[in-house]
Design a protein around this ligand. Structure first.
Ligand code: PLP
Length: 497
């Protein structure tokens, strides 16, 4: 197998695809990235047009994964996206809103958020990688979550052979629906525990567990090792490239665009993983023109794209689009690597400045390329709610707060630029995951509690509750553990007996 993955901080640090997926992060702190980005053949879109989503997965991923047979990828795609796991047969359907506005719905998976798109297939890529690397121990995935990732990871790893998963969430930091989703999780290899404090407490706690050598030694003795499933793992970025290619093919298939016609994409952004996948799709040859990066009040990326200075030294806001409440967008490092012409020394320098001062300023050549590729905008909570109401009142389309941020930023961009390019807006969560904010946006102040709020939103709008959320009502609470940060180690040792 060729060592065709490298670190964004050192191009000489090389690994195979299964090593890159098993390791997640490069030992030098860099992000593992393909040494060469494959170009699709000129006929690719025509070929993929008639394929199912699962077939498109194999077609795109195959060229990145030396050491994985197409038959293996076919089996993973079937397990991840087939068998009724997604409630829509197209898996990632494109909904037409008007002549040049289309919405790519990425929330038809088992947890109703776009994290499913990657976390349904990652466990298969990971376990196969471990086998190819001749790893004998069982992996235990540790996750600290502020909501969507924890549940999606639990569903993805549920009952996957040779894996265990343990999720920690902040006792006071997730919505009631999100908590219910996690504490009712099924599967013989899963654990869920809440931590007293906020997301930061849970996150620091997990980082400490990873650094605990005594724990690692004890677990090794029991036949286990710890790993993470976070969004910088190449195994999470890769599956996301597929849905951009897929959306383009679907637009072509329905006649919404003609062959070779360029589109824009507008993506609600946090850690920069989703929009980075769109950029890679473009590099591979999918006709994408502008990448519109939409942020909430935590608009560190908007400022960066406009000015070339990344500065995390600013107020942190808790918004109604919490999955984008991020001040360090980790996957941006891969973008800097590409825009600098793959200058690993420069990336290393910027990341050192970020670690030391919380900020860095990119050179003028990168600034120019950033402005050419990206449009950026942001949106506060009031504007987010106004957009939810507007989409519902004018188009009878119910959207979640993250998706609303994207629609707001697109509307502003179109008004300012007059650019009427056909645009795909990426919808990242079902509105039913954020019932309370959506109902408030629709002017409903008296809100029902517990799972009843799902019915309230459904009754108010006539839109059906997605099946995975409707099922929550009948689910038994399986987990009730609450620990102090100091008790987290005990949870790990209990699960991995
Ligand atoms: C994670 C998430 C995002 C942000 O995606 P990134 O890849 O981190 O940019 C947006 N919306 C929802 C609903 C999410 O769960």
């Amino acid at each position: 197998m060729t060592m065709n993955y490298l670190s964004t901080r050192n191009k000489d640090l090389r690994m195979t695809a299964p090593q890159a997926i098993a390791q997640g992060l490069s030992p030098d702190g860099g992000l593992l990235t393909p040494a060469v980005l494959p170009r699709l053949p000129a006929s690719a879109v025509e070929t993929m047009r008639e394929m199912s989503y699962q077939q498109r997965v194999v077609y795109i991923m195959n060229s990145f994964l030396e050491g994985f047979a197409a038959s293996e990828l076919t089996a993973y795609a079937a397990e991840a996206y087939g068998g009724g796991k997604f409630t829509h047969e197209d898996v990632a359907p494109v909904r037409k809103l008007d002549e040049n506005t289309h919405c790519l719905e990425l929330w038809h998976g088992p947890t109703c958020a776009f994290k499913d798109m990657a976390l349904q297939i990652l466990p298969h890529l990971l376990t196969a990688s471990l086998e190819k690397n001749d790893e004998k121990k069982t992996v235990c995935i540790l996750v600290a979550t502020s909501g969507d990732t924890g549940k999606a990871a639990l569903e993805g790893f549920r009952n996957v052979d040779k894996t265990k998963i343990l999720v920690f969430y902040p006792k006071d930091g997730v919505s009631e629906i999100q908590e219910l989703q996690m504490v009712t999780q099924e599967g013989g290899n899963v654990g869920v525990c809440s931590v007293v404090g906020n997301f930061d407490d849970a996150q620091t706690g997990v980082k400490k567990l990873f650094a605990d050598e005594e724990l690692a030694a004890e677990l090794a003795e029991r036949g286990y090792f710890l790993s993470s499933a976070n969004s910088i793992n190449w195994g999470r970025v890769l599956p996301q490239i597929v849905y951009y290619a897929s959306a383009y093919c679907d637009l072509l298939k329905t006649g919404a665009i003609s062959k070779g016609q360029q589109i824009n994409v507008c993506v609600p952004t946090g850690n920069f993983g989703n929009i980075l996948a769109a950029y890679y799709a473009k590099c591979m040859g999918i006709p994408i023109n502008r990448l519109i990066c939409a942020s909430n009040a935590n608009n560190v990326l908007t400022d960066f794209i406009h000015t070339g200075t990344y500065d995390r030294n600013r107020t942190f806001y808790n918004t109604i689009s919490p999955s984008m409440d991020i001040l360090i967008s980790s996957n941006l490092e891969r973008m800097l690597f590409e825009l600098s012409g793959r200058d690993d020394r420069l990336v290393r320098e910027y990341m050192a400045q970020l670690a030391e001062y919380g900020s860095y300023r990119v050179d003028s050549s990168i600034r120019t390329k950033l402005k050419k590729e990206f449009i950026a905008g942001c949106c506060d909570d009031t504007q987010t709610q106004a957009m939810i109401a507007k989409m519902w009142n004018e188009q009878s389309y119910l959207i979640d707060p993250h998706t609303a941020v994207a629609f707001h930023v697109l509307e502003e961009y179109r008004q300012e630029s007059g650019d009427d390019t056909a645009t795909v807006v990426v919808s990242t969560a079902s509105p039913f995951k954020f019932c309370s904010s959506v109902l408030t946006a629709l002017g409903v102040e008296q809100q029902w509690t517990g799972t009843d709020i799902l019915d309230q939103l459904s009754t108010h709008t006539g839109v059906a509750v997605p099946a995975p959320l409707a099922r929550l009502k009948k689910r038994r609470r399986r987990f009730s553990g609450v620990v102090e940060k100091s008790g987290m180690k005990g949870c790990v040792l209990d699960l991995l007996k």
